[in-house]
Design a protein around this ligand. Structure first.
Ligand SMILES: [Mg+2]
Length: 315
């Protein structure tokens, strides 16, 4: 069922989006050659696939859609694909995956970008512990614990600090913030390998490195955001799928990262309401349809303009 919703947020600007109950009608128009899919909050909740997601992907693939996962995960692309497989998705349905962690790894390794070329090699490493530490192997980096010796901050996670020995030490968020305060006085830059502020994890929300990065900007620090909503991840995905912006739709559950990112990359977008904004939209159960005016108000708050709105990634 496709209906056209028209909401007037201000006298000067009429904003429009389509409300859909699933992606079938859209997929069958073959309007988009490539679908860029967010993972957390769209395909799965970190622990299990959402109802119908595995089946919907298969149906979308059968319509000839080229699918790329674009994710702000701090993990590398190969690990993301492995996770998708373990959750029951068929990895062969995707052209590939581009993650924030993969982009960060490649830019730190190649150093052919002007900003990265001048970046030092000694870093304070903010990482994960329970969720599994991130390997810096092959990057030629030296992890240091003294801010005085650090040339930049590398933020992969929000649970721990890396040690020069290669081990990690668990740390509370407020203690990581204290380290940021010291780094800010030294004016060293930060590379954030996961720009998300929070992510869904089962039914809860978990703090992600983007929260540390925005705190660092508040402290006056310089941040290199390696993922959505930045254009870099969309450009890489278009290269991977061999398409232009006009042939793409991006599907995601974050107004700031997925929808605004798509808007800025000049591609169309589908907003999934049962993801990280579910609570703000007053939704309590999977598949529940959000009130159009609530969606419109929240989108306006984020200055995001979705082309389509769906309760979930379902056929
Ligand atoms: Mg998401």
């Amino acid at each position: 069922m496709m209906s056209r919703c028209s909401i007037v947020p201000s006298p000067n600007e009429v904003q429009l989006f389509h409300s859909l109950s699933g992606i079938q009608r859209l997929a069958e128009t073959h309007r988009f050659k490539a679908w860029f899919l967010d993972q957390f909050g769209v395909l799965h909740d970190g622990k299990q696939p959402y109802p119908g997601a595995v089946d919907t992907l298969e149906k979308l693939a059968s319509k000839g859609a080229r699918m790329v996962i674009i994710s702000n995960s701090s993990r590398r692309a190969s690990i993301t694909m492995e996770k998708m497989k373990n959750l029951g998705f068929d990895p062969s349905l995707f052209v590939g995956a581009i993650t924030s962690g993969e982009l960060t790894h490649q830019y730190l390794q190649r150093r052919d970008d002007a900003w990265f070329a001048t970046l030092g090699r000694s870093c304070i490493h903010m990482t994960w512990s329970d969720r599994g530490a991130i390997s810096l192997e092959g990057l030629g980096l030296q992890v240091v614990n003294n801010v005085e010796e650090a040339e930049f901050i590398l933020a992969h996670g929000t649970e721990a600090i890396g040690r020069s020995s290669g081990s990690t030490q668990c740390m509370k968020l407020e203690d990581l913030e204290k380290i940021l305060e010291l780094c800010a006085t030294k004016r060293i830059p930060m590379v954030v390998a996961n720009p998300d502020f929070v992510t869904v994890e089962a039914r809860a929300l978990r703090v992600m490195p983007g929260t540390l990065a925005s705190r660092y900007e508040e402290l006056g620090g310089e941040v290199k955001w390696m993922g959505k909503p930045g254009k870099i991840i969309y450009e890489e995905a278009m290269k991977m799928a061999g398409v232009n912006a006009a042939d793409v739709i991006a599907v995601g559950d974050s107004f700031h990262h997925d929808i605004k990112g798509a808007n800025e990359a000049g591609i169309e977008s589908a907003f999934i309401s049962c993801g990280i904004h579910a609570r703000e939209l007053g939704l309590n159960s999977f598949g529940e349809v959000a009130d159009t005016s609530h969606v419109q108000a929240l989108a306006a708050k984020f200055d995001a303009r979705p082309s389509y709105v769906l309760p979930a990634f379902i056929w």
